[in-house]
Design a protein around this ligand. Structure first.
Ligand code: ARG
Length: 457
């Protein structure tokens, strides 16, 4: 067996079971790019500070380039006995260039190294997710533009409530996604501080320049407390919280579309490209992608809970438990990226059944609130009058707009013939015209806002 990089004080090697149990290379090799970035910055800083020679630095940088090339070509041999990504790369560098490589870990511990890698990785992941969020927003706005003027029932308690423009409804999801992106952007600002140089926990007596490495890696500044730098994982908790909230939004979008695709709603027809069939029922065409968007939100929530539970009760500073922080983060990111991608594809592959929706619109007295607003008597009184008008409709199996003026007046003399300008969903929806409402001019300005913000042409 090879001597461990930390093997000096040990007389025996670890058992195979311990080696298998404690390794992280099987998953943390995903950090290789950021680990190499960190090492490049560290080596350059060490040379500038006179802690290693310029020749050693160049040897290290060349070796790191070669290792990166090997990894990217799939030619690098990852070794479980070398534990993690940090020691795999360092040991390979020593094999490759010898003595100078042994100086790379000057004024560095894996404790600050892993966090440097992880913060860099999360920063890139956030940028990727924010881009995908925008892509889904564009798909939703594009779908809205394709369905100009379509009125759908709006629901509360899953009962028909008030008429809304489909565009208004779709933009509700766009707004939610904007806040989801905002949470990630905020999180990115807070996580973008550099732990490198905190070393094991106490910092170092060697004359390093933490500002130089922080800047080289694109961080805002070095973290000011070395103990904090190596012990906290709040940046991942925040990241996974943002993902979990977004996953819940996407899950609700999924539920909405699954309902809409049902025979009972019949609002949308998903194309074959985003549907799957049944192994027994030949007629079936199911909206599985959106069911799985709903389902996979469970993983994203679970990943957050795993991490919260992991951190609870840990004493300062670094504890090996923290190695368990990576897989939930990788899983959360992979899952949320898939959810965003498939939701966008679904949006691009559904058509609204305008005629069918229109035919069913008279059901549910969606114009009742508009009528109550029209009467110009105290709202409680007007609520009561309209309530009795609806009861009359229910008994006659008719709509409010079909009641004659005499019938309406028999309920209350306040009705006049202009009442018919307020009845029927087409009239009713237009009366919702204050800021943020569903009337067509409000929605048109909301749409304009999103078209220019998302740069949709
Ligand atoms: N693989 C470890 C992790 O991910 C790196 C840090 C290990 N540090 C240590 N002293 N054992 O947390």
């Amino acid at each position: 067996k090879e001597n461990k990089l930390w093997g000096g004080r040990f007389e025996e090697s670890v058992t195979d079971a311990v080696e298998r149990f404690t390794e992280s290379i099987s998953f943390d090799k995903a950090l290789y790019k950021h680990d190499i970035m960190g090492s490049r910055a560290h080596a350059s800083m060490l040379a500038k500070q006179g802690l290693i020679s310029v020749g050693d630095r160049d040897g290290i940088l060349e070796g790191l380039n070669e290792i990166e090339r090997l990894i990217e070509n799939g030619e690098f041999v990852w070794r479980t006995d070398r534990e993690d990504v940090h020691m795999n790369i360092e040991a390979a560098l020593i094999d490759m260039i010898g003595e100078p490589a042994k100086k790379l870990h000057t004024a560095r511990s894996r404790n600050d190294q892993v966090l440097t890698d992880f913060r860099l990785w999360c920063r890139d992941a956030i940028d990727l997710i924010v881009e995908r969020i925008k892509h889904l927003q564009v798909a939703l706005v594009t779908l809205a533009l394709k369905n100009d003027g379509l009125i759908v029932p709006g629901y509360t308690h899953l009962q028909r409530a008030q008429p809304v423009l489909l565009q208004h409804l779709l933009l509700a999801f766009v707004e939610q996604l904007e806040r989801d992106a905002g949470r990630l952007v905020d999180c990115r600002v807070r996580l973008n501080f550099c732990p490198l140089g905190a070393c094991a926990l106490a910092g170092t007596g060697l004359p390093i320049d933490r500002f130089m490495t922080a800047e080289a890696l694109g961080f805002t500044a070095p973290m000011s407390n070395s103990i904090d730098a190596v012990s906290d994982r709040d940046f991942v908790l925040e990241f996974l919280s943002a993902n979990a909230i977004m996953a819940i939004h996407l899950s609700r979008l999924g539920e909405e579309w699954v309902l809409w695709a049902s025979e009972e709603f019949g609002f949308i027809t998903p194309s074959d490209a985003v549907s799957t069939g049944s192994s027994i029922m030949p007629q079936k065409k199911n909206p599985d992608p959106m069911e799985l968007v709903r389902g996979k939100s469970a993983r994203v929530v679970g990943d957050l809970v795993t991490l919260l539970t992991l951190c609870k009760g840990l004493p300062l500073a670094y504890n090996r438990d923290l190695q368990e922080d990576k897989e939930p983060v990788f899983d959360s990111v992979k899952t949320i990226l898939g959810m965003l991608e498939v939701s966008a594809e679904f949006a691009q592959n559904i058509s609204f059944n305008g005629d069918r929706i229109k035919k069913a619109l008279p059901a549910g007295h969606l114009d009742a609130t508009t009528l109550a607003d029209y009467l110009g008597v105290p709202f409680r009184t007007s609520h009561d009058i309209v309530g009795r008008s609806v009861a009359l409709c229910v008994s006659k199996n008719s709509q409010l707009r079909d009641l004659s003026l005499d019938e309406l007046r028999s309920l209350n003399p306040v009705f006049d013939k202009d009442v018919y300008e307020f009845l029927g969903v087409e009239n009713a929806v237009e009366k919702f015209c204050s800021y943020g409402s569903t009337g067509s001019s409000c929605v048109a300005s909301q749409l304009d806002y999103w078209i220019s913000k998302l740069q949709i042409s």
